[in-house]
Design a binder for this molecule. Structure first.
Ligand code: ATP
Length: 229
């Protein structure tokens, strides 16, 4: 069974058609890189998979069911592009708060803080965290409830090269543990090593899809995507 299947999906925001007949799938345990310039439709695609938007036409299926169903949503983790936290809460309080919202077991909180390298800093207020630390806290939040599928929307925007490498190393570990991931990005640099397939979007359409070596030989990746940041 495919973990995610989008078949001829269209999405309109009023008169603006953001997605045009998008057909895309994800296999169990796979990391899919979703690439494209600003406005290509990456976030809209993620929101349809998350059940935050409904398709104007076509079918979206996640774990063989509609993403509107609570049992599907419970198995999804999401790190949005601009994650915001209460600045006065500590990292620990923040994650406990999200654990309650998601009905995730509280025992996961400390293990996740350790996993994302925030165990030492978890009693500090989030307002004192660097951007990289906030993104790692965002990743921990997305991992509450041990999701089967993790959706990451441009998780390294604004991060310096070290923080970017740290975050990618964490995603790579998750992949090794069998978590499926959809990762949106503008650039390929840094993710080549761990994505299984890439889907390249432009103006709401899928331009190309396949493994990186397929895309390199068939269509010439640099013409479709910024290879470096
Ligand atoms: P970016 O890299 O800038 O985040 P993206 O590839 O994620 O872009 P989307 O955010 O999915 O692209 O946007 C696709 C199109 O839909 C764009 O033209 C955008 O302006 C439009 N759009 C997105 N959200 C809305 C909204 N809530 N209302 C109206 N139009 C929207």
């Amino acid at each position: 069974m495919k973990l995610v299947e989008l078949h001829s999906v269209r999405h309109c925001y009023g008169k603006l058609q953001a997605l045009h007949d998008l057909t895309l799938s994800l296999n169990e345990g796979e990391v899919l890189g979703l690439f494209g310039h600003n406005g290509a439709g990456k976030t809209t695609t993620m929101k349809l998979i998350l059940g935050l938007l409904r398709a104007s036409a076509g079918q979206v299926s996640v774990f063989g069911a509609s993403p509107q169903q609570a049992k599907v949503r419970q198995q999804l983790g999401y790190l949005p592009e601009n994650v915001s936290f209460y600045p006065q809460l500590t990292g620990l309080e923040t994650l406990r708060y999200f654990a309650r919202l998601k009905s995730a077991p509280s025992v996961q909180v400390e293990a996740l803080l350790e996993q994302v390298g925030l165990a030492q800093a978890c009693k500090r207020k989030v307002k004192t965290y660097s951007k990289g630390m906030r993104q790692r806290l965002g990743l921990a939040q997305a991992l509450l409830g041990k999701p089967r599928l993790l959706l990451l929307d441009e998780p390294t925007v604004g991060l310096d090269p070290i923080a970017t490498r740290e975050l990618y190393a964490m995603i790579q570990q998750l992949r090794e543990g069998g978590t499926a991931v959809i990762l949106c990005s503008h650039v390929l640099a840094g993710v080549e090593a761990f994505i299984d397939r890439a889907a390249i979007m432009a103006s709401g359409c899928l331009q190309a899809e396949g493994t990186l070596s397929e895309l390199r030989s068939q269509v010439g990746l640099p013409s479709l995507i910024r290879v470096n940041g």
